[in-house]
Design a protein around this ligand. Sequence first.
Ligand SMILES: [Cu+2]
Length: 253
Amino acid sequence: MIDSLILQQGSDWRAQAEVFDEIFFVFLALGTLVGTIVVSYTLWNVYKYRDDGSEPKDSFDAPVVGELPTGQGGPKAKKLFLSFGLSAIVVISLVVYAYGLLLYVEEGPETDEEGDIEILVEGYQFGWEYEYPNGHTETGEMIVPADQRIDIQVTSRDVWHNFGSSELRIKSDAIPGDTNSNWFSVSSEEVEAQGGEATFLVECFELCGSGHSAMKGQITVIPEDEWEEWYEDTEGESNSSRIDAPAPGGVSA
Ligand SMILES: [Cu+2]
């Protein structure tokens, strides 16, 4: 199920949403399994050691208050060792597994530097402005190609905002004078599935003023060749407009 979602670009390319969905699924499955075993074992013992009114057998080794169930050999110690060992294996495996995936989310997939697209995201009261490497700016809608790693540098020109898209599982603080890096990537399969243009809602996740709840934007993902055409056109535009006036906005230092 998860394999089919993996991006085609390279075998180790996975969108953040896929990684987080996998972590959620693994924790849910293991939690359900362990929970079922523990509850079943408890109920079985409740039944096995129920008070049926008869006298306790002499061989029954009842637990005593203050007794530590260790180091005495026999079945008790074995059981303790087994449950401790299993718990440790499960917990340590989960930590290593989840931490490895989170490191991947932090750093993002490998790219050849040429293909990297870095977009400056600047929040303001109340909207989002995107600046492309060629200086072109868009307001509200970020247009990006499919099958590419998109790097974003998030900042703000006034107060604290938070740039996020729930569907893409990305979220970054937008703080004046500071930039936060993040990345995302959408496969061409996803773009095709949404009819040649995949759209994702962008919202502000930091209460920033009276227009906060309306501070929405959109990430639009289109096929790579279409995007390149669009991007070349923007280059012409921004070059001519840059001569008339210096580019407004941009990242303030
Ligand atoms: Cu905001």
